[in-house]
Write a protein that binds this ligand. Structure first.
Ligand SMILES: NC(=O)c1ccc[n+]([C@@H]2O[C@H](COP(=O)([O-])OP(=O)(O)OC[C@H]3O[C@@H](n4cnc5c(N)ncnc54)[C@H](O)[C@@H]3O)[C@@H](O)[C@H]2O)c1
Length: 263
């Protein structure tokens, strides 16, 4: 297990879903975890659950789309623990609509949360890490950052996160900072639990199943740790082989060339 003893880790969207699982893994590794989210009840509960296990976590209310919020939360985390070693830009959302159905306000909201929120996070935390002489930022993109996806705003935002990750990696490399992104495939959380795409997506995945949130969290932890010290500006796809060529896999499977994964 990777250790984060006494490291200060900030996780956006940390109250639920993958963010919650990531917060738990970092806390179990010895980190002080700042769980940041727009959902105060779930965030407080998530932090309290970890503290009840003797782990270190605190909830900070944050809407990632607000620069003012970011400045406040960064100041509060610094007051709490005096430094920030890891930032995980995990907060995200989608509406699952077509281009023709997207309202302007919805389009802007998705770009605001997924892309602008990530930019604000990087730009507010980078000066702190720079002053400290290092740090690791892990952005959560998606395997939708490699192809088209049925939500155009989501697709655009996640391609943007991939690009932002590379630019940030270049800009901050001289200061001992690393910036990478994780591109998950289907993980069953509140974002998609009731989606009609769920079953067909699993049917198109070579591994024959959704990815577990814990399997994303372990990659996030790897990218946040010194075990990945030589990596920056990279994207790591964790999607059960979907991006490797789901369409070719389906064709070869239907032709009897490959075996179906056991379900
Ligand atoms: N679940 C998947 O299949 C999947 C696949 C690829 C990428 N992702 C990405 O993983 C990340 C986590 O998704 P999840 O599946 O855990 O979703 P989720 O809906 O379970 O969790 C998202 C969290 O982000 C928070 N959030 C939303 N808007 C926010 C804002 N403006 N400010 C602060 N917090 C905000 C929510 O309150 C929630 O706690 C997202 O970036 C998502 O796009 C998810």
């Amino acid at each position: 297990m990777l250790t984060f003893k006494d490291k200060v880790v900030v996780i956006t969207g940390g109250a639920r879903g993958m963010g919650h699982v990531e917060s738990t893994l970092f806390a179990e590794g010895g980190a002080y975890v700042a769980i940041c989210d727009i959902a105060p009840e779930e965030g407080d509960q998530s932090a309290a659950e970890l503290r009840a296990r003797g782990l270190e976590a605190r909830f900070f209310e944050l809407d990632v789309t607000s620069l003012e919020n970011w400045n406040r939360v960064v100041a509060d985390v610094l007051q709490w623990k005096g430094r920030i070693d890891v930032l995980v830009n995990n907060a995200g959302m989608l509406f699952r609509k077509t281009i023709q159905d997207y309202a302007e306000s919805e389009w802007k909201r998705v770009l605001d949360v997924n892309l602008n929120g990530t930019f604000f996070g990087v730009s507010c935390v980078a000066p702190i890490m720079q002053k400290q002489g290092g740090g690791a930022i892990v952005n959560i993109a998606s395997n939708a950052a490699f192809s088209g996806h049925a939500d155009p705003a989501y697709t655009a935002s996640k391609w943007g996160v991939r690009g932002l990750t590379k630019s940030a990696a270049l800009e901050f490399a001289a200061f001992g900072m690393r910036v990478n992104c994780v591109c998950p495939g289907l993980v069953v959380t509140d974002i998609n639990r009731h989606s009609p795409h769920l079953r067909p997506m699993i049917d198109m995945t070579p591994a024959g199943r959704a990815v577990e949130a814990s399997e994303i969290a372990s990659v996030v932890a790897f990218l946040a740790s010194s075990a990945s010290g030589g990596m920056t500006g990279e994207e790591v796809v964790v999607d059960g082989g979907f991006t490797a060529g789901a369409a070719y896999w389906k064709v070869a499977t239907q032709a009897g060339l490959y075996q179906e994964a056991k379900r």
